[in-house]
Design a protein around this ligand. Structure first.
Ligand code: SAM
Length: 289
């Protein structure tokens, strides 16, 4: 446990959010911090170089991406220890949100050095704020697996989740992902896609999964641009009521008498809304006893 003293004269690592499309979304405070720090660590120095040039800021840049993050951390820690302030930015939005920086922040904090966020654009928050889906509870799951089988398994695992689900998706997978959501979670599940948020062709598609898939397929620009995918959570009744009404062990005992344990757990999960993995463990125990 450590508390960092604000009077500490060692450097601060600032985690600076940058625009997700519209450059006017960069906050005055972000501009000030980027102008004041000694060094800027950036996911892609060429990409960020253009933003800094637009702002008239000229600073030494350190490339920090998923493939070199571990190696670069010590260099940045040394700069902070020497009293220099450092800013971390990513290609767009908030660093660490499906972007590099976790290893760095972990290490900087482990050294007792200060990390301070400069909040601003983040695609998932912008998308949720305009989607019209419940936001009291949401689950951000980053990018779904690229391969179909992995993606469908991930969706199956989230099928009974009552929180609004949020994913990032690339343009060349968006149609397949929406098709898989309709297939695995139900053609009528309400979804919202936020496309090109804050940019010229910003579009929100809202409706049942099958309808949104059809709309996207018909739209000649449907699979272009960047997407946030949001899925309404499962109805509470689907998960809670059945489980309460049924004796889960009795149900599992009946199923495992006729079927393999894995299949029994899957059916019991469908009926009760309880976790497939938990039911699998429970069914294994029942079988052993
Ligand atoms: N760190 C970023 C943030 O704070 O949102 C996200 C980085 S992640 C590598 C990039 C993904 O974010 C894109 O593939 C897309 O799913 C989503 N994204 C970024 N900008 C977007 C925008 N303007 N409109 C919709 N989605 C966007």
């Amino acid at each position: 446990m450590h508390v960092i003293d604000p009077g500490d004269n060692r450097g601060t690592l600032y985690i600076v959010a940058t625009p997700i499309g519209n450059l006017d979304d960069l906050s005055p405070r972000a501009v000030k911090v980027l102008s004041d720090v000694a060094v800027i660590a950036a996911e892609d120095t060429r990409h960020s170089g253009r933003l800094l040039q637009y702002l008239g800021i000229s600073k030494p840049l350190i490339a920090l991406h998923d493939h070199n993050e571990r190696g670069r951390v010590q260099n940045i820690v040394d700069q902070l220890l020497s009293g220099a302030d450092v800013a971390l930015i990513s290609d767009a939005g908030t660093p660490l949100i499906s972007d590099p920086g976790y290893v760095l922040v972990r290490e900087v904090k482990a050294q007792g050095l200060r990390v301070s966020p400069i909040p601003g654009p983040c695609a998932l928050v912008a998308a949720l704020s305009a989607a019209g889906l419940p936001t009291d509870r949401f689950l951000f799951a980053g990018f779904l697996p690229a391969k179909r089988t992995g993606r469908r398994t991930a969706l199956e695992d989230l099928c009974k989740e009552v929180a609004t689900l949020v994913f990032y998706e690339s343009p060349h997978r968006i149609l397949n992902t929406v098709a898989d959501i309709a297939d695995v979670m139900g053609a009528q599940r309400e979804i919202v896609l936020g496309r090109e948020i804050t940019k010229t062709f910003e579009t929100f598609y809202s409706g049942e999964a099958a309808e949104v898939h059809a709309a996207l397929t018909e739209d000649p620009h449907g699979n272009r641009g960047e997407f946030v995918v949001m899925v309404r959570g499962a109805e509470k009744a689907e998960t809670g009521l059945m489980a309460g009404a049924l004796d889960v062990d009795r149900l599992l005992n009946l199923l495992i008498a006729e079927l393999p344990v894995k299949k029994s757990a899957k059916i019991a999960a469908e009926l009760t809304g309880l976790s497939k993995n938990e039911l699998y463990q429970r069914a294994l125990g029942l079988k052993d006893s």
